[in-house]
Design a protein around this ligand. Sequence first.
Ligand SMILES: CC(C)(COP(=O)(O)OP(=O)(O)OC[C@H]1O[C@@H](n2cnc3c(N)ncnc32)[C@H](O)[C@@H]1OP(=O)(O)O)[C@@H](O)C(=O)NCCC(=O)NCCS
Length: 285
Amino acid sequence: MSRPQIRLLRSLEEFRACEHIQKAVWGNVGVGSEVLAVTQKYGGVVLGAVVGGKVVGCLYAFLARRHKVLIHWSHIMAVEPAHRDQGLGFRMKLAHRQLALERGIKSICWTYDPLQSRNAALNIVRLGARVEEYIPNCYGRFPSAIERGLPSDRFVVNWRIASLAVARRLRDGIRLHRFRLASLPRANETRLNARGFLENTQICLRLHARRVLVEIPWNTDILRAEDLRLARRWRVETRKIFQHYFAAGYYVEDFLSPSAGTDARCFYVLRREGSLPPTRGTRGL
Ligand SMILES: CC(C)(COP(=O)(O)OP(=O)(O)OC[C@H]1O[C@@H](n2cnc3c(N)ncnc32)[C@H](O)[C@@H]1OP(=O)(O)O)[C@@H](O)C(=O)NCCC(=O)NCCS
């Protein structure tokens, strides 16, 4: 099979293909072909991953202003399930970066669900995007098939595409840090329950180490489909953890996924900036 091509989409037919992908991935069409067409024409970007003439992935971003700076807001990126984990998402982001830099844009921002480990691996590790906000229930009652039944909490990430840090991350490969997992304190202790799903046994909101680990499930989609109550618990508990530690001056420094030798486990690494945060209590579950 020919190597998938990443390129700007052109025809109404290709924009309609993006609608089909959105339907397949989220169960609904968030951005229709008309808006995709005008966005492409007037300052935004609609990229596709094309395999044998068929659009199997798409990325949609529009011009926006954030903190008084002109940016691209990347509202949609999706790859059909059969074509995932082959680097198409990464390649679309790289193509977007190139185009945006050529147009004088220095920042691309988007949101993602902090409980989606695949997105975290791509956004934080491969791309070097920086988490800047935690928004609880960002889209309200979101009709997405991906998270039906869960509040749509999101991280807002800022990918500073013109920065040295991002250029280095893209040049040097996926891992800049080496952590000894056992030596880092954990904001949540976990165990596998009888059904084989990860659950929290204790949450600690009083850590003030320089680095703190936050574990998330590696299989949130399966967990949500098979045990919605536990998935909701994960949402509520990780919201509490992230909001607490962000307010205390921590930021997301890295993400460790199974490819980093974590034995099928996923951890955010939070790092503290500045002075010690105030002490709070530990909550047993
Ligand atoms: C997010 C999405 C676009 C990524 O597309 P993709 O083509 O699969 O992405 P890539 O193959 O470039 O990168 C995926 C990475 O996640 C890793 N990964 C796969 N499953 C994983 C898991 N359960 N946990 C952690 N990492 C995982 C892959 O190994 C790969 O990393 P690598 O390249 O270092 O090996 C795709 O998963 C998708 O369409 N998701 C649903 C829609 C969505 O969430 N969109 C983003 C928000 S708008």
